[in-house]
Design a protein around this ligand. Structure first.
Ligand SMILES: CC(C)(COP(=O)(O)OP(=O)(O)OC[C@H]1O[C@@H](n2cnc3c(N)ncnc32)[C@H](O)[C@@H]1OP(=O)(O)O)[C@@H](O)C(=O)NCCC(=O)NCCS
Length: 321
């Protein structure tokens, strides 16, 4: 018979008895790993367990309908905006399966959803398997070790992991940009065009900034001679947009830096664009120059624009290796 799949979920009041069962198992199986004791937990009433589930965030891992692990999430009052991972436990038969990894993932998702960018935990010197697991999951020891309150013979370590969304730059097809271009650059107006006739030409190059797998930055480049230095091999930048909730993090500049490097390698000597005036500060801060007497009102947006250009310095590139 095929094995039932593993799943993780946050539990609610109705599940308090399942939480009690797995938590008592954890405290009996690995008493050295936890600050609480089996004795103390056994004495909690049903009302106290229900209150725990209501006021804190508990997650369980299940194989089919059997609870095989648990974890909990907490707010780190000492470092506002960061969170705790508590009470990690996986039943012996499921150690080495994906259960522990899924439990960390669900707590990470919860902490991220609360705006967190770091997750902390305490691990006991007596739990080397737990420490090895945390290390391979991306946690690293931080700060000084301290002794466990309940048992001064046990050394405790604080570990932390960055859970900020991973940002990366990648080449994509123009079609992946249309929704973002429309929302950020065309006030979500479905009647306005968000396509360039050259979008699908093989010489057009589209760079996306991705947060996890969501496109949050678009930048498209088309080989076209520039309004200045017409002798140079130039690319026009169009549809530079950073999604509203991703603005102010330097993502736009990172995409342009990667794009410049790639275009320089492809033989580009200069970039140019017709930029809306509200964005000129962004461009001048990253080495673009405003072309004299280039003020214009864009036909597409009716907004004031200036033409801008940036020389791609070959010597700097060669010198930096
Ligand atoms: C901590 C826990 C949730 C981790 O889950 P897990 O499924 O055992 O984790 P994994 O097997 O994926 O990872 C453990 C790693 O430690 C290694 N390991 C096993 N025993 C070890 C030991 N004695 N010392 C060091 N490393 C050990 C494993 O080989 C594995 O590494 P690998 O994947 O490279 O082989 C689980 O072991 C557990 O519930 N332990 C008891 C409770 C506990 O200690 N909780 C932590 C409270 S902070």
């Amino acid at each position: 018979m095929a094995e039932s799949p593993l799943s993780v979920r946050r539990i609610d009041r109705a599940d308090w008895a399942a939480l009690r069962t797995i938590r008592l198992e954890a405290l009996a199986d690995a008493p050295q790993a936890f600050g609480s004791t089996l004795d103390g937990a056994t004495r909690l009433s049903a009302r106290q367990w229900r209150a725990k589930v209501t006021t804190s965030q508990y997650f369980v891992a299940e194989r089919g309908r059997a609870v095989v692990g648990m974890a909990s999430g907490g707010f780190n009052e000492q470092r506002p905006g960061t969170h705790w991972l508590y009470g990690m436990y996986v039943t012996p038969a499921e150690r080495g399966s994906l259960a522990a990894k899924l439990l960390v993932r669900v707590v990470v998702d919860w902490a991220r959803g609360d705006g967190g960018d770091e997750l902390y935990l305490h691990v006991a010197s007596e739990a080397p398997r737990a420490r090895a697991f945390y290390e391979k999951t991306g946690f690293a020891v931080t700060g000084e070790p301290f002794t466990m309150e309940r048992d001064p013979n046990v050394t405790m370590y604080t570990m932390k992991k960055s859970i900020a969304n991973e940002f990366r730059v990648a080449r994509v097809d123009a079609a992946e940009f249309y929704e973002l271009r429309r929302r950020v650059l065309r006030e979500n107006d479905a009647t306005k065009s968000v396509e360039d006739p050259r979008d699908r030409e093989p010489t057009a190059i589209h760079f996306a900034g991705l947060l996890d797998d969501r496109v949050v930055v678009s930048a498209s480049f088309y080989p076209t001679s520039a309004p200045v230095r017409e002798d140079l091999t130039s690319y026009q930048l169009r549809f530079m947009a950073v999604d509203f909730d991703a603005q102010g993090h330097g993502y736009g500049a990172q995409v342009l830096a990667v794009a410049e490097e790639a275009l320089r390698d492809a033989g580009a000597e200069q970039l140019w664009a017709n930029a809306r005036d509200s964005a000129l500060g962004f461009y001048t801060a990253t080495g673009w120059e405003i072309i004299t007497d280039s003020a214009n009102i864009s036909a597409e947006t009716q907004l004031p624009h200036h033409k801008i250009a940036k020389l791609l310095d070959r010597e700097t590139n060669a010198a930096s290796g």
